[in-house]
Design a protein around this ligand. Structure first.
Ligand code: CA
Length: 227
C-alpha cells in the first residue's frame, strides 16, 4: 500500500517519467506537474507529504514556487526538496532561506534521492514537537540541564555553542545556511557575521572531539550535522 504522496514539479518529461517510475517502485504515490504554476495548484489540491521541486522551471521558477508554498498556511510545513543544478550555491542558499528542507544536485542517483526523501519525511514527523533531550550521532543534548555529552564524555559549551549545536543536531543531515544560523543565534550574540559563525563552528568541533567531525562544512552553502 503506498502511504505517502510525493509531488514532483519538474519540466523535463524524461526525468519525470524516470523519477515517477523509481519512486512508485519504492511504494510512493507520485503526482507530477511540468510548470511551477501547475505545481502550486497541484500542491493546493493534493496536500502532498513531500514536494520535489526543480528550481529551473520555465515561467514561475522553483524559488518562487517555494516562496508561495511557505506563504500558504496549509502548505507552510510541507517538506520541500529542491532539485538543483550543480554549482548553484546561490540558489541553494536562497532556497534554504526561503524554507526548503533540503536539496539534491543533478544528476543524482535514485538510491541517494530515496535516502534524502526518507530522511526529510522522518525529520518532518520528528519535528512536530520540540524535544528536551536530543540524541544523534553520539551527541546527546539535554536542554533542561544544559548538558552535552559527546561519545559519553561531558562537554562544556558556551550558551552560543549550545544553541548552535542544538540547531544542527535536532535536524541531522539538514543543511543550515550561515544566515539561518545567525538568525538562531542572534539573541545575546554580539556582532553576528558569517565569519563569527565559522569561528563558533571551529570552537564547537574542537570541544566535541571525535564527534566534532560530524559538523560538516557544505561548501558555499553552510553547515550540517551528519548522524
Ligand atoms: Ca528544469
Amino acid at each position: 500500500m503506498p502511504d505517502k504522496t510525493l509531488l514532483l514539479v519538474e519540466d523535463e518529461p524524461d526525468l519525470v517519467d524516470l523519477l515517477s517510475f523509481s519512486l512508485e517502485q519504492a511504494s510512493y504515490r507520485v503526482e507530477s506537474a511540468l510548470t511551477g504554476e501547475d505545481g502550486l495548484q497541484a500542491a493546493r489540491r493534493l496536500h502532498p507529504d513531500l514536494i520535489l521541486l526543480d528550481l529551473m522551471l520555465p515561467g514561475m521558477d522553483g524559488l518562487e514556487v517555494c516562496r508561495n508554498l511557505r506563504h500558504t498556511p496549509e502548505l507552510r510545513d510541507t517538506p520541500v526538496i529542491m532539485l538543483t543544478a550543480r554549482n548553484a550555491e546561490q540558489d541553494i542558499v536562497r532556497g534554504l532561506e526561503i524554507g526548503a528542507d533540503d536539496y539534491i544536485a543533478k544528476p543524482f542517483s535514485t538510491p541517494v534521492l530515496l535516502a534524502r526523501i526518507k530522511a526529510v519525511l522522518r525529520r518532518a514527523a520528528d519535528g512536530a514537537e520540540p524535544k528536551r533531550v536530543i540524541e544523534a550521532g553520539g551527541v546527546r543534548l539535554d536542554a533542561d540541564r544544559h548538558e552535552v555529552q559527546a561519545d559519553g564524555e561531558t562537554v562544556s559549551l558556551t550558551a552560543t555553542e549550545f544553541k548552535l549545536l542544538t540547531l544542527l543536531v535536532a535536524r541531522p543531515g539538514r543543511v543550515f545556511t550561515r544566515q539561518q544560523i545567525i538568525d538562531t543565534l542572534h539573541e545575546g550574540f554580539a556582532a553576528v557575521t558569517d565569519r563569527s559563525v565559522d569561528v563558533q563552528v571551529v570552537g564547537l568541533r574542537r570541544k566535541l572531539g571525535a564527534s566534532g567531525a560530524r559538523i560538516e562544512t557544505v561548501r558555499g552553502v553552510g553547515y550540517r550535522f551528519r548522524a
